[in-house]
Design a binder for this molecule. Sequence first.
Ligand code: HEC
Length: 163
Amino acid sequence: MSTRLKIVLALFIVVLILQLPVFNPEKNYVDADTHVDITDKYEVPMAIQMDLYVACYNCHSNYTEDYPWYYNIQPVSWWMNGHIKKAKQALNFSEFATYPPDTAAKKFENLHKVMKEQSMPLKSYLLLHDEAKLTDDQYQHIADWAKETQKKVENEIDSTKTF
Ligand code: HEC
């Protein structure tokens, strides 16, 4: 057997072994307190709730609704799991109500920014998730709402400051 063939064969075996279920990261189903979702503390119009739910919650929440079949293939699973972890660290709609006011204001500001830039959902996600594509109008609505809510939160912070 040529060296090259041996290497290819060895790689093939490694890839096969990685498919064993023990290498699958745990799925993102956190059985968490359901009263700290963004909607438990902030006013989110129904249309925007639906948009966030459809386009963002698979990454930015405690519950990934839609694991596609290819999630069970390595290293796809690690790659996707990495995105979900990073996304949740940056912004978790399921726990948004636990953010202190100054953090929440900052998150709304970032939300406004990425909606203006249309940089979320991730491009790689949109390739396989048509349902998560937002129209210009939807981006604009979410951006306006985020800015408005940011201002409300900041006003509340100011009004509780005593000098
Ligand atoms: C495929 C997973 C995925 C989807 C779907 C997704 N995001 Fe993200 N998002 C990420 C990741 C990963 C990061 C962290 C980026 C980084 O740290 O470089 C992020 C970061 C962000 C941030 C920055 C947060 C901060 O404070 O730093 C905002 C805001 C955001 N996303 C909003 C959204 C919105 C709104 C949607 C839906 C319209 C959405 N994302 C959909 C993966 C996703």
